[in-house]
Each structure stands twice: as structure tokens, then as C-alpha cells.
Design a protein around this ligand. Structure first.
Ligand SMILES: Cc1ncc(C[n+]2csc(CCOP(=O)(O)OP(=O)(O)O)c2C)c(N)n1
Ligand SMILES: [Mg+2]
Length: 421
């Protein structure tokens, strides 16, 4: 991969990031995954399974950065407040709008899958704050390596939402030029994009640029060897990369407690760079913590791990049925911590909005849904032979053979007797 950067060249500090992990290293596996559910929750009839495990062990909650409570109250935080001190009411409304439109787009995509217009959809429902907060912390010259669920980050990068759907409809292999928005194509091979991000960030450092790189991945991905290698390489090469882990509590049907014995953010400690857990349903918290981590990267202080503690409200994908492995009450407890609702409460309490704002946004949401629906339905079917293109730069005998086989197969239909194929 070539690294091009037009950013101002600035000398970087020498390697050796501070080991500033915020964890105590004493929490148990149960706390690692579930205890913060109570830190921000308003309580449900039955606590989530992971929380019950922590309660059984009588263990304390891991630290969690939170600037906005579920009730929409602003919490002071001396360390991270400076990173959001300049956020204007207009920008706050902007964050709200981003989250509402992302959720509306996501709901439309789920419906389109149910109507047979998409083959599959991976919903981000519940993770809007983690994605919009971190996405809005980025500069245009920063580079993003996403998974397959980063629709909110894509929105922040200016990728047309309709373009996200081509791959899920099966009509293209991605649908956007990564270099137009510094937003790489969606990556399905779990965790592999952290390696791409690390390599890219090492290139940025060699260029002497002061831009940063961010890699998104999930709690399940944190168990991948690729992620461990990325942590090692980024640490020793002091690469300007932020590892943004959305701990949404589940990796398909595997709960986070099966991935780790310590809170995920503490993994960074072993590699010698800081790790922070932020309330992933708090858009201001995510904005502040990501800005802090990006600034560290720009200053030449190397990688940071951010664990955004959140929840996957929907199914893993439209092919999944979460009722097979988790209780409804778990979801109910997280509904009380909804990222959009809490910002709305804050905006209303601060008199930053009026009814007109919400009504206009509602109309804008519906228009977005309509536009995406129409765009998907009118996507042209691909040339059947396009799948053989772009496999190898100069072609390959095996691909040629497969193309010929497929051509013969297609041709066999022309000769088939009427009514049969
Ligand atoms: C290398 C690899 N192994 C397995 C899979 C199958 N797979 C797809 S999604 C997924 C779970 C990922 O969970 P997590 O990292 O927590 O992300 P989330 O889906 O929760 O956003 C798995 C195992 C895959 N795509 N790639
Ligand atoms: Mg997950």
C-alpha cells in the first residue's frame, strides 16, 4: 500500500509511548465484560447475565469515562472536558442529527433486507454514539479502517449511505473509492483491518505527516491474532494509530466474558500503550476520548486503545436470531441508556433546540430513507463475469479456467429444454 500525504510535514518524537493504561489490572473476567452495564444503567427487573456474574463475585466496576449520563446530565471530567470545551450548541445539534440520520438509514437497510432487496445487513443500532463521537473527532486527512458495521463513521466521512449498500446487495465489492474519503472498504475478515491500519500508520510516520489512523474492531475481534500483532507492531514502531474497539457485548452469540479475563482496555497495558474505557453510548465522551487519543498519535506518542463500552441492540446480522442466546431483559436495560435519547435530554434541558428542529430532522430522516430505498432498487445488476476481474493484477491461469467453466455453465442454459434449467 502506498501512503500519500499532503499534510504538513512535522518531525515526530522518538519511539517509546508512555504506559499510561488507566486500569488497575485487578478486575475479573466478569467485570471485564459486564459491570459497567450498571454504571450507566437505570436498572431492569433482571440484571444482564454478565452483571449478575460481577455482582456474584462482589467486584468493583472498571473505570469508565462518561461526560453525559443516560438522563442527559453533563458530568464534569477534568481530564477530558478540555477536548469538548469548544463544542458549540450548533455542533451539539449536529451530533444529534448525525445519530438520528444514521439510525434512520440503518433501519431502512434492515427493512430493505427483509424485502429481499439486500442479501444481508449488519445493523449498528445502539452504537451510534460510539461511531459518531469517534467519527467527528477525526480530521479529513486522518485515515479510517472500518469493519462491516461502521455506517455511522462512514456517514461522518461523507460516504454516501446508498454506496454502503452495493456490497450487501451483491452488486459490487465495496462501492466507494477509499482514498476519496480516507475511509477504507468494509472488512469482513475479523480483525485484519487492524494490521492494515498499523502498516498504514507506520507509513504515515515515515512520511513525517501529522495525520492519524483509526482502526475499528469489535470485542470478538480483540481475540484475533491479527489484533495482537497490530498491538505489538504499532507499539514498537510507535505508529500513530488509535485502536477503537466497540465492545458491544457480543461476537455473534459469544459474550465478551468468553473473550477476555481482564477488561478489554487493559490489554493495552501489556503492550506498553494506554487503554481507556469510555461509555460508548455517550457521544460527548466518545468525541473527547477519541480526540485525546488522536492528538497523542499526532504528537508522536504512538498507539492508544479506546474501548467504547456499548451494546448491539439488534441481531448480529439479519441472518442471526439473538433470542436463541440472550434474554430480552438485557436489551431492555440498555434501552434505558440509549445514546440518542440522552443527547436529546441534554439538548432540551439546555434549551439548545426547539420543536422545529426535531420536526425538520424527522422530515430529513424520511427523505433519506426514501432516497436510499430508491437508490438500492435502481442499482444495476453487475456483469456476471465481473467477479473474475481484479483477482490478480495480471491475471492467473486458475482464474481463466474458472471463467471458462462459468461461461460453459451459463451457455448450458441456452440449450436447456423449455421449462427446465
Ligand atoms: C477471521 C474471521 N473469523 C470468523 C469470522 C466470522 N465472524 C463474522 S462476524 C464475527 C463476530 C465478530 O464479533 P465482534 O468482533 O465483537 O464484532 P461485532 O460483530 O460484534 O461488531 C465472526 C466470528 C470472520 N468473518 N472472520
Ligand atoms: Mg461485538
Amino acid at each position: 500500500m502506498t501512503v500519500e500525504s499532503t499534510a504538513a510535514r512535522k518531525p515526530r518524537r522518538s519511539a517509546g509511548g508512555k504506559a499510561g493504561a488507566t486500569g488497575t489490572g485487578t478486575e475479573t473476567a466478569a467485570e471485564a465484560t459486564g459491570a459497567a452495564a450498571e454504571a450507566t444503567g437505570t436498572g431492569a427487573k433482571r440484571a444482564p447475565r454478565t452483571t449478575r456474574a460481577a455482582a456474584r463475585k462482589g467486584t468493583a466496576e472498571p473505570q469508565l469515562v462518561q461526560l453525559l449520563t443516560p438522563e442527559g446530565k453533563r458530568v464534569k471530567n477534568a481530564e477530558y472536558d478540555p477536548y469538548v470545551a469548544d463544542v458549540t450548541p450548533d455542533e451539539l445539534r449536529g451530533l444529534y442529527r448525525d445519530m438520528v440520520l444514521t439510525r434512520r438509514f440503518d433501519a431502512e437497510a434492515t427493512s430493505l433486507q427483509r424485502q429481499g432487496e439486500l442479501g444481508l445487513w449488519a445493523s449498528l443500532l445502539g452504537q451510534e454514539a460510539a461511531q459518531i463521537g469517534s467519527g467527528r473527532a477525526l480530521r479529513d486527512d486522518d485515515y479510517v479502517f472500518p469493519t462491516y458495521r461502521e455506517h455511522g463513521v462512514a456517514w461522518c466521512r461523507g460516504v454516501d449511505p446508498a454506496n454502503l449498500l452495493g456490497m450487501f446487495r451483491g452488486v459490487n465489492n465495496g462501492g466507494w473509492d477509499p482514498n476519496s474519503n480516507n475511509f477504507h472498504l468494509y472488512t469482513i475478515v475479523i480483525g485484519s483491518q487492524t494490521l492494515h491500519a498499523t502498516g498504514y500508520a507506520m507509513g504515515v510516520a515515515k512520511d513525517g505527516a501529522d495525520s492519524a489512523v483509526i482502526a475499528y474492531f469489535g470485542d470478538g475481534a480483540s481475540s484475533q491474532g491479527d489484533v495482537a500483532e497490530s498491538f505489538t507492531f504499532s507499539a514498537v514502531y510507535n505508529a500513530p494509530v488509535v485502536f477503537f474497539c466497540q465492545n458491544n457485548q457480543w461476537a455473534i452469540s459469544e459474550p465478551t466474558e468468553k473473550q477476555t479475563r481482564v477488561p478489554l482496555y487493559q490489554r493495552a497495558q501489556g503492550y506498553g500503550f494506554p487503554g481507556v474505557r469510555v461509555d460508548g453510548n455517550d457521544v460527548l465522551g466518545c468525541l473527547a476520548v477519541t480526540k485525546w487519543a488522536l492528538e497523542r498519535a499526532r504528537r508522536g506518542e504512538g498507539p492508544t486503545l479506546v474501548e467504547a463500552y456499548t451494546y448491539r441492540m439488534g441481531a448480529h446480522t439479519t441472518s442471526d436470531d439473538p433470542t436463541r442466546y440472550r434474554h430480552d431483559d438485557e436489551r431492555a436495560a440498555w434501552e434505558a441508556k440509549d445514546p440518542i435519547l440522552r443527547l436529546r435530554r441534554f439538548l432540551e434541558a439546555s434549551n439548545h433546540t426547539d420543536e422545529g428542529f426535531f420536526a425538520e430532522l424527522e422530515a430529513e430522516s424520511e427523505a433519506l430513507g426514501r432516497r436510499v430505498r430508491e437508490a438500492v432498487r435502481s442499482m444495476p445488476d453487475p456483469d456476471h463475469f465481473a467477479i473474475f476481474e481484479n483477482v490478480y493484477a495480471d491475471g492467473h491461469a486458475l482464474v481463466d479456467e474458472e471463467r471458462a467453466q462459468f461461461a460453459a455453465y451459463q451457455a448450458s442454459f441456452a440449450d436447456a429444454p423449455e421449462g427446465g434449467n
